[in-house]
Ligand binder design. Structure first.
Ligand code: XMP
Length: 525
């Protein structure tokens, strides 16, 4: 995607690794300012800074003094100072500023993790409308020992003497705590103060404002030929396709829904019907379930499952495209519903973010020479949902939980086969039905059962049973980067468990997963 043009002044969030940068960017956007994440080693020169209203240095898992630590170039820092561009360093970013501007950073005597009380010592604009003592979220071992020469210490905690500082007569600030995290009581206010009062930016950005620009971008890129859409019925691919339809019309668009056999009950057909009801003319359903099962036979390793599924997916998609080409003419483009965080989780954007899992929806097909159109590549999930709603996409799609590309295969620990798929499909239906019935489906991010590779003893009727155990994973989250297990009423969990053991043959035990992400991930594999 091209950089977005109609944003007067962007906020650049410089990514120093980990997953902090995206959370900061999301918060800033929520506050109404357009923010983009850039890797710490990007070339940021005078030209790029022209429309930049402020810079945030993100947190990160490194120590500034360690060999090869990610640091911005000295010339960038000098340029920022010279151009008087407002800078806010957060956590590691705070340490980077101190270290590079002549202060000092060392390993603290004890770390400071979790909630801490911040004591504001100097009443600066940054802390306007916040009390002298406030709860902040800390996560650091290193501390700023000496702030840079010519700076003022603004706040401290019991453990950290320099919890916030500013350069005198400059718009450069550092905070050791995380204002982007919800546990920081006045985090939003502090970020807003920085952007509005210090950087002088106006909070007027909304994702809906970009609809026309996306449409124009797609139009200007489209040079004729057919457009293939890898559709799933999920909110991302549906919204992406819808935007492309608004840009170039649906005559040239072919939506292909592949039934991988790893979907939930009735899902592929539901997706096809829903897409048709949105007015798409050419929607094709391909049943490739046998092929996927075959590709997965004997495979236990989760990443190997993902690799094979991705490979099979693109093989099937390519085959279908070649068939359609005979009827309709050449394909020139492929539309994918990639969103902003997909890019970090696959290690493509934010180069220093640790690669966690490979997501097949951002792997490019090898044999198909198609230009990729990703109209949503700059948006976060909640923004996509807002866009989708504005465009009139039905609530059932807008509110749908994310479902991983590799589908139920990563919810069956170990080898996948038809029998296990049948169990997990039935159990998934029960989980979703009960959540809907209880009116909490929309309150959670994802909710699903996972088939564990173990059997346990139980008693059904008068007989002893020795059957499978299922884990329930229900989480609340804002963007899947972090997640908490959902504290649902026991009665609801009990109802789900009892329905699963009574209605799903082969299961006699249900466990509730009470780990958060991190350290666990949302999916089990
Ligand atoms: P984890 O399990 O890493 O998941 O906490 C974060 C989010 O990503 C989804 N997920 C995937 N999505 N292909 C996808 O398209 C995948 O391989 C994949 N693995 C996890 C997961 O459901 C959650 O929303």
């Amino acid at each position: 995607m091209k950089p977005l043009r109609d944003i007067q002044r962007r906020v650049l969030v410089v990514d120093f690794g980990g997953q902090y940068a995206h959370l900061i960017a999301r918060r800033i956007r929520e506050l109404g300012f357009y923010a983009e994440v850039v890797p710490y080693d990007s070339e940021i020169g005078v030209n790029m800074l022209k429309d930049v209203g402020a810079i945030v240095f993100s947190g990160g898992p490194h120590s500034v003094y360690e060999e090869g630590a990610p640091l911005p170039s000295r010339s960038l820092l000098l340029l920022l100072l010279e151009k008087n561009i407002p800078v806010l360093g957060i956590c590691y970013g705070h340490q980077v500023l101190s270290y590079m501007l002549g202060g000092s950073v060392r390993r603290g005597e004890r770390g400071e993790y979790g909630s801490a009380v911040l004591e504001v010592e100097v009443r600066d604009e940054l802390f306007e409308d916040t009390p002298t003592k406030q709860r902040v979220w800390m996560s650091h071992m290193d501390v700023v020992e000496e702030p840079p020469p010519g700076s003022i210490v603004l706040a401290k905690t019991e453990v950290t003497r320099v919890a916030a500082f500013k350069l005198k007569n400059k718009r450069v600030y550092g905070v050791q705590f995380h204002p982007e995290v919800r546990h920081t009581e006045y985090g939003y206010t502090i970020l807003r103060n920085f952007l509005e009062k210090i950087a002088g930016l106006e909070a007027s950005w909304r994702p809906e404002l970009l609809v026309n620009q996306i449409i124009e971008d797609v139009r200007s890129r489209y040079k004729g030929g057919n457009i293939l859409v890898a559709a799933s019925g999920g909110v991302d691919s549906t919204t992406a396709a819808y935007l492309v339809k608004m840009a170039v019309g649906d005559d040239v668009m072919h939506l292909v829904v592949i039934d991988t056999g790893l979907l939930r009950i009735g899902e592929a057909k539901w997706a096809v019907d829903m897409l048709r009801s949105l007015g798409f003319k050419h929607v094709h359903l391909v049943d490739a379930s046998k092929e996927f099962l075959e590709a997965l036979r004997g495979v236990k390793d989760p990443e190997e499952k993902r690799r094979r599924i991705a490979e099979t997916y693109f093989k099937v998609l390519e085959r279908e495209a070649l068939k359609l080409e005979e009827l309709y003419g050449k394909f020139k483009y492929l539309v994918q519903g990639t969103i902003y965080p997909d890019r970090i989780e696959s290690g493509r954007a934010g180069r220093s973010s640790d690669r966690i899992k490979s997501h097949h929806n951002v792997t490019l097909p090898k044999g198909l020479y198609l230009n990729i159109i990703e109209p949503l590549a700059n948006f976060y999930k909640d923004e996509v949902r807002r866009l989708a709603s504005t465009l009139g996409i039905p609530p059932k799609v807008v509110k749908r939980h994310p479902f991983p590309g590799p589908g139920l295969a990563v919810r069956i620990i170990g080898e996948v086969n038809e029998e296990k798929l049948d169990i997990i499909r039935r159990a998934s239906l029960i989980v979703e039905e009960e959540l809907e019935k209880a009116g909490v489906y929309e309150e959670v991010w994802q909710a699903f059962p996972v088939l564990l590779p173990l059997k346990t003893t139980g008693v059904k009727g008068d007989a002893r049973s020795y059957e499978r155990a299922v884990a329930l994973r229900i989480v609340v989250s804002e963007d899947a980067m972090t997640a908490e297990y959902a504290k649902l009423p026991w009665s609801l969990l009990e109802r789900i468990a009892s329905r699963i053991v009574n209605e799903v043959r082969g299961v006699n035990r249900v466990l509730y997963d009470i780990t958060n992400k991190p350290p666990a991930t949302i999916e089990f594999e």
